[in-house]
Design a protein. Structure first.
Length: 162
């Protein structure tokens, strides 16, 4: 029995030290795959600092995300979100391109020049209250075949509004 108690205490000690360090990303940081691509897609979140509300047993960080290309039309080839923890950007999810059409109102993932596309209900939800940083990214090609990107950070806080 004494050995089981020691093993259990050792497990608890290790588990408490294995916690994720969310931290704050440097202002101009981005995931490696985006660093060499021209940033020709404008991405905006509203609000950029997002406080949650609680409805029943769920926390909601309600925000909208908009994308726009001023330079030319663009066809999106990939998009998704990264989360910042352990001092680096970690891929959370790459979304299917069909979801872009549904969420942002594009047709066949095509952005017309100077036309904003907005996902009004791009909400984070969770049963736990914790803040952090996310970075939404979009990669696409111009009519001339040039690969471009756009990305923007959003800060979700643990400052409960209600």
């Amino acid at each position: 029995m004494k050995n089981y108690t020691i093993l259990f205490l050792l497990f608890l000690t290790l588990a408490s030290q294995a916690q994720v360090n969310y931290g704050t990303p440097p202002p101009d940081s981005c995931p490696y795959k985006l660093r060499e691509l021209p940033r020709n897609i404008d991405v905006q979140h509203f609000p950029r600092i997002n406080n949650p509300i609680k409805i029943k047993d769920t926390y909601y960080w309600k925000h909208a995300t908009s994308i726009l290309s001023n330079d030319s039309a663009i066809t999106i080839t990939e998009y998704g979100a990264y989360l910042y923890y352990n001092n680096q950007w970690n891929l959370r999810k790459s979304y299917s391109l069909q979801e872009l059409d549904k969420s942002f109102g594009t047709k066949k993932q095509h952005l017309n020049q100077a036309q904003p596309y907005t996902w009004a209900n791009n909400w984070r939800t969770d049963s736990n209250l914790f803040g952090g940083w996310a970075l939404w990214y979009f990669i696409g090609t111009t009519p001339k075949g040039k690969t471009v990107c756009g990305y923007e950070m959003i800060h979700t806080t643990d400052n409960l509004l209600n």
